[in-house]
Ligand binder design. Structure first.
Ligand code: COI
Length: 374
């Protein structure tokens, strides 16, 4: 694509949030990236502009039929001040897979990574530095054409917004409580379950509220046909340490192919821990737990990182895993992953990409009326 990214200066910069109470996705930086698509132009007019509300026609397709895809990745600050992205190529590849399913025109993956790096370099002062903190990057695409027929939009917008974050859950690496949902389902094969699209999350909200009312953090979804087989949790993929093996549901078309999931599989292989990607029935899992063979449960995700699970409730049965504490494999994976992400450990897999923060990029660039060359 080789396009030039223009820059529009903000009138005023924001006061940054207190670093100790970031939570997840509550604060947004001073700038965002925006780009448009039209059939006769392709993706065009890439720009960095002040973060702020977006004006759209009320008939825009996004509001009616939810034609949207999104991604989630993070920028990490190393102890020596360098800044890294973790596997942005995987996120962009998945974004195009989601686009294909939602009938959205594909993006130039390399160009969008370049745009992410430029925006992160500009906003580097927003990257929080405490352990477990990072700058969450949310690229997303929406259909913008104003009409009410059920057809794919002819025009789109791609945005990238940034949010300094701490832990996704309120209780950091402390184990989460999971409720096995047996009434509602998230996705079915042939649907959009493997895509990162808003509809999957909209469909999850009712069950999420129910789980919260019952004192649980998130929902564990079962398959949409038989309500028997484990799929994934609200914001993460799920793993079980059973005896000397680790089990995780196989990617079957209705499960999100998580980047952290894939990284965990690679680490486990590296450590010679036998892994089985397979169908896992909830009944079998609870049987394993009764026989004291279920040693550990943890979720994986960009936002969730490695989240140990302490309690699982299914129908009227509740199991306590690892005595409600963080298991040793969860801890080892958390340390290895965050170590690589923040440059503390050697990245033998080539997963991280450094964002070059040149001195001149630390300062705000001059405002451009005409495009500026990368
Ligand atoms: C992520 O882990 O990046 C996600 O997108 C999950 C969730 C916050 C929707």
């Amino acid at each position: 694509m080789g396009q030039q990214i223009t820059f529009q200066k903000a009138d005023q910069l924001k006061v940054k949030p207190e670093p100790d109470n970031l939570g997840f996705g509550q604060y947004f930086t001073d700038y965002m990236f925006e780009m448009d698509y039209a059939a006769d132009k392709g993706w065009y007019n890439p720009r960095i502009v002040p973060y702020g509300p977006v004006k759209l026609d009320p008939a825009a397709t996004i509001f009616h039929y939810g034609q949207e895809v999104f991604e989630g990745l993070k920028a990490y600050r190393a102890e020596d001040g360098r800044v890294f992205l973790f596997r942005p190529d995987r996120n962009m590849k998945r974004m195009n897979q989601s686009c294909a399913r939602l009938d959205i025109p594909e993006i130039d993956e390399k160009f969008v990574i370049q745009a992410i790096k430029k925006l992160v370099a500009l906003e580097a002062d927003w990257i929080p530095v405490k352990p477990g903190q990072s700058l969450y990057i949310r690229p997303f695409i929406i259909g913008t054409e104003p009409f009410l027929g059920v057809h794919p939009s002819g025009t789109y917008k791609l945005f990238i917004i940034l949010s300094p974050v701490g832990s996704y859950f309120n209780h950091s690496i402390d184990p989460v409580r999971i409720y096995v949902e047996d009434e509602y389902v998230r996705a079915v094969r042939g649907g959009v379950g493997f895509a990162k699209t808003s509809g999957n999350y909209a469909a999850s909200l009712k069950a999420q509220s129910k789980a919260e009312e019952l004192g649980f953090d998130q929902v564990l979804w079962l398959d949409g046909v038989e309500h028997k087989y484990i799929e994934e949790v609200g914001s993460m993929n799920i793993f079980f340490r059973i005896g000397g093996e680790v089990w995780t549901p196989e990617l079957n078309g209705s499960i999100l192919p998580g980047v952290t999931r894939d990284s965990v599989l690679r680490l486990l292989k590296e450590w010679d821990i036998p892994v089985r990607e397979r169908k896992i029935s909830v009944k079998k899992l609870f049987k394993k737990a009764e026989k004291q063979q279920l040693k550990e449960v943890f979720g994986t995700g960009t936002a969730a990182v490695i989240s140990p699970v302490g309690f699982l409730k299914w129908e009227d049965r509740v199991i306590k895993v690892s005595d409600g504490k963080t298991g040793k494999l969860s801890k080892k994976l958390y340390d290895a992953l965050t170590g690589i992400q923040t440059g503390r450990l050697k990245d033998k897999f080539g997963w991280t990409q450094e964002v070059k923060i040149r001195e001149e990029e630390k300062k705000e660039p001059e405002e451009t009326k005409e495009p500026v060359t990368e």
